[in-house]
Design a binder for this molecule. Structure first.
Ligand SMILES: *Cc1c(COP(=O)(O)O)cnc(C)c1O
Length: 431
């Protein structure tokens, strides 16, 4: 494949942006080669600036559940755009998206729109602290919640520890308010609550952790979290920035029928434009300004163009069988990928709804510590092969893949063959 134009653009980009990119994973540091610059997308396909075509399983890291350039989404965006782009005053579109979400979600009564997942989480944490009057928060090793200071922490060496910052530039004082526990482990949470419950504002979890592999949790464990938080006046936050509107319209909360106290959304909610949101009961949301004392604001929040993309996208998601069709399609895709590959070789696929992850392990993986870093060499090898054969995925073995409504059976069969060959080659070359 020709990459001349991408290479030229990347050289220029490196003079403009740190690492040549505006978000680190795009720099292809975990795989061979340099980033591919994209020119356009349509349906399941994207085309790079050298004219190469790919079936896309990155889907902008999740927002594009309808695929690229969906006609209804585009039309809605354009018709809104023609009336201006931003007013900093309320528009009817905010009501429309808010109503669409709240009236189809049993777990929330009020919502506030922001501009990204990070912003949603940051605001939800402030809300939890404001509502409870407590300071500490607990997160899990292997969950990602965006780049706010207090959540860029990883575990120390004990079962439950105060976090170590996983980024430079974070004051120790912030990190000291964050506890970190391993996923899918009850004792750790019990110990944390025993020791810190009196000052613990919230536990935040990705109910379907999908930013560090796909670490599907036991449903009983999530129910345990709900119970123990309730008993100890600790709020439970489900960060559904990926799982929201992805595994069902009501996200993981709906799928598992567990009601958290606060939910955060992003990605699909904006249909490819920058939108995030946090939502809760009327009582908890009454803490937010201007009703209450917890301040949170945004110049472009509820932006009409972004709202339009969200409305058009979520309306499609509400159509009958939308999620069951996606689920079936993805299951078949996964079966085709693994066909003939012996799980004993240390490979299987974890999948839920239209999210899947290539796991280089024979066993189910539920914790970050169970992912073996050196196995990522297999991903590196297969990535090179699949890219060359017209399949685009997130350029890291820790990233999940997404199937969209736009992926046809033919797309998926074709892609599964390429993946099956590439995985077989990657595993076999080892021996
Ligand atoms: C993507 C993601 C975020 C961050 O959202 P941004 O829009 O990138 O700021 C937060 N939490 C989860 C679970 C995510 O998947």
């Amino acid at each position: 494949m020709k990459r001349e134009n991408s290479d030229k653009l990347y050289s220029k980009a490196k003079t403009l942006f740190p690492g040549g990119v505006n978000s680190p994973v795009r720099a292809f540091k975990s795989v061979k080669g340099d980033p591919i610059f994209i020119d356009r997308g349509n349906g399941s396909r994207i085309w790079d600036v050298d004219g190469n075509e790919y079936i896309d399983f990155c889907c902008s890291w999740g927002p594009l559940i309808l695929g690229h350039n969906n006609e209804n989404v585009r039309k809605q965006i354009v018709s809104t755009l023609e009336k201006g782009t931003s007013f900093g005053a309320p528009t009817e579109l905010e009501n429309e998206l808010g109503d669409l979400i709240i009236s189809n979600n049993r777990f929330i009564e009020k919502i506030r729109f922001v501009n990204s997942g990070t912003e949603a989480v940051m605001s939800a944490i402030r809300l939890a602290r404001g509502y409870t009057g407590k300071n500490k928060i607990l997160k899990f090793e292997g969950c990602y919640h965006g780049h706010m200071d207090a959540l860029l922490v990883s575990a120390g060496s004990g079962l439950v520890t105060l976090g170590n910052s996983s980024s430079a530039g974070i004051p120790e004082a912030y990190v000291n308010e964050t506890l970190v526990a391993p996923l899918n482990n009850r004792e750790a949470v019990e110990a944390a609550i025993k020791e810190h419950g009196h000052d613990l504002a919230c536990i935040i979890i990705e109910p379907i952790p999908a930013n560090n592999g796909l670490l599907i949790q036991d449903v009983d464990y999530l129910k345990f979290l709900r119970k123990i938080t309730k008993e100890n006046d600790v709020l439970l936050i489900f960060d559904e920035v990926i799982s929201g509107f992805r595994v069902g319209f009501e996200g993981a909360a709906g799928l598992y029928n567990i009601e958290p106290d606060i939910l955060t959304y992003g990605k699909i909610i904006g249909g490819g434009l920058p939108v995030g949101a946090y939502a809760s009961s009327k009582e908890i949301m009454a803490q937010i300004a201007p009703d209450g004392p917890v301040y949170q604001a945004g110049t472009l929040s509820g932006n009409p163009v972004a709202m339009s993309a969200g409305i058009a996208t979520l309306k499609e998601c509400l159509k009958p069988n939308f999620y069951s069709d996606l689920d079936k399609k993805t299951k078949r895709f996964v079966e085709q990928i693994v066909e003939g590959i012996d799980v004993e070789k240390g490979f299987h696929i974890q999948q839920i709804g239209s999210i899947y992850w290539l796991a280089f392990s024979s066993d189910r993986v539920t914790k970050a510590s169970e992912i073996e870093a050196d196995k990522m060499r297999f991903f590196k090898k297969l990535y090179e092969i699949v890219l060359e054969n017209g399949i685009y995925m997130g350029p890291s073995g820790y990233e999940v893949g997404f199937v969209s409504e736009a992926h046809s059976e033919d797309d998926l069969t074709q892609a599964a063959q390429v993946l099956n060959n590439a995985i077989t080659q990657a595993l076999d070359n080892e021996e």
